[in-house]
Write a protein that binds this ligand. Structure first.
Ligand SMILES: CC(=O)NCC[C@H](N)C(=O)O
Length: 130
């Protein structure tokens, strides 16, 4: 069994990846052997994240804050608030943003699992390990 705590075991370690637009606290990673990774991620306010996970499926569950996701294929903008989940089951190209003055806190699950320190490439993807 694996038991970890965000505050005791993740924040401030290698599994805590900070960028201009988000702060991803990676609770479970590929090395944990689950077949998916689980992240507690903060989306910073005032940032438009252009994302396209070509190599991964991702489900994202909002537990704090408000924002929106724009689906580039349909042109539809979906509001996000606490309790909203979205699943990028078609490797959907999208733009994610938190509303002005708030950050969003999201639980993100990736399949295949993220291995550790991934950050987005120019297309908004994470590369697979070699
Ligand atoms: C929701 C989302 O994709 N945010 C970008 C960061 C990423 N999910 C991560 O936690 O690695």
């Amino acid at each position: 069994m694996i038991v970890k705590n965000l505050y005791d075991d993740v924040i401030g370690t290698d599994a805590d990846v900070d960028s201009k637009q988000w702060n991803s606290r990676r609770l479970l990673l590929a090395k944990d052997g689950m077949g998916f990774s689980v992240h507690d991620t903060l989306i910073k306010e005032g940032e438009d994240l252009h994302l396209w996970y070509k190599n991964h499926l991702e489900a994202v569950y909002c537990i704090e804050g408000e924002g929106e996701i724009y689906d580039k294929a349909t042109g539809i903008t979906h509001p996000i608030r606490e309790g909203t989940i979205y699943a990028l089951n078609e490797h959907d190209q999208h733009i994610l943003s938190a509303n002005k003055g708030v950050q969003m806190r999201m639980v993100c699950v990736f399949n295949p699992p993220v291995t550790g320190r991934e950050t987005h490439d120019k297309d908004g993807s994470y590369n697979l390990p070699e």
